[in-house]
Design a protein around this ligand. Structure first.
Ligand code: NAD
Length: 256
């Protein structure tokens, strides 16, 4: 259903971004993969995905903390029919100890990058009369946790940007929505488990159940395939009138 469309997915060499890239490629879209690195493995990954799904996949290096890189990424795609703003980082500290430079970096990557890529992508989408913008926010775009001030502020901001974007393009064949995942078992999250086991003196299963998934009523992680499937749905014709809203994939987190 997405054949002939080109999708740009920021921060897509691992985790949720890669999961979204794979589902869009499976639906027939050509894909631009992105991260800030420029390793051989990045280009190999693009080649591998292209073979697997028989679509065009390219890797483009661009640092989403830099405005010029964000705009250049979209420009380099030729056409950007689908824009997925996924790149994001976390930093955990009380507000009064939060390093100001970290605050700026979290805001730049998790929020401002989406402003710049959206600004670069909209003229082409408008000219073609079709476009899909999918912003990967978080349950923390709708609720808060202590010690995650920059992340929570950026993700709430991303939800606000999503709504504004939707209003500015309404009726033009373009939609903008945010996916709000709860805990997803990505390499990033997997890497935190051993530390949490040590810090809480718990085994793996107990840490997952009582620490990590304490706020996720389903007691289960969401998967990158489920986030990817949600993104693909938002790009489908069935979702043409879904715009300016959030879809939670959080096992009930925000229902509490
Ligand atoms: P991840 O660390 O596995 O992936 C992040 C990706 O962003 C990587 O490909 C990384 O290379 C890229 N990236 C980081 N800094 C970048 C930069 N400056 N420029 C370009 N790319 C950059 O993390 P993930 O868990 O897959 O998270 C992806 C998104 O999903 C983030 O926005 C995150 O906030 C959001 N999210 C994750 C979870 C979760 O539980 N994992 C939950 C809710 C929301």
């Amino acid at each position: 259903p997405l054949s002939g469309r080109t999708a740009v997915v920021t921060g897509s060499t691992s985790g949720i971004g890669l999961g979204i890239a794979r589902e869009l490629a499976a639906a027939g879209a050509n894909v631009v993969l992105n991260s800030f690195t420029d390793d051989r493995a990045d280009h190999d990954l693009a080649r591998q995905l292209g073979h697997e799904f028989e679509v065009e996949v390219r890797y483009v290096q661009a640092d989403m903390s830099k405005a010029v890189d964000c705009r250049a990424l979209v420009d380099s795609s030729g056409t950007c029919d689908i824009l997925v703003n996924n790149a994001g980082i976390q930093h955990v500290a009380p507000i009064e100890e939060f390093p100001p430079a970290k605050w700026d970096l979290v805001l730049a990557i998790n929020l401002s990058s989406a402003f710049h890529t959206t600004a670069a992508a909209l003229p082409g989408m408008r000219a073609r009369g079709w476009g899909r913008i999918v912003n990967v926010a978080s349950a923390h775009g709708l609720t808060a946790s202590p010690y995650k001030s920059a992340y929570v502020a950026a993700k709430h901001g991303l939800v606000g940007l999503t709504k504004t974007t939707a209003l500015e393009v309404a009726g033009q064949g373009i939609t903008a929505n945010a996916i709000c995942p709860g805990y997803v078992l990505t390499p990033l999250v997997e890497a935190q488990i051993p530390d949490q086991m040590k810090a809480h003196d718990m085994d793996r299963e107990t840490v997952i159940r009582e620490v990590m998934l304490a706020r996720q009523p389903s007691g289960q992680f969401a998967t990158v395939e489920q986030i990817g499937g949600t993104a693909a749905f938002l790009c489908s014709d069935a979702a043409a009138q879904i715009t300016g809203t959030t879809i939670s994939v959080d096992g009930g987190w925000t229902a509490l």
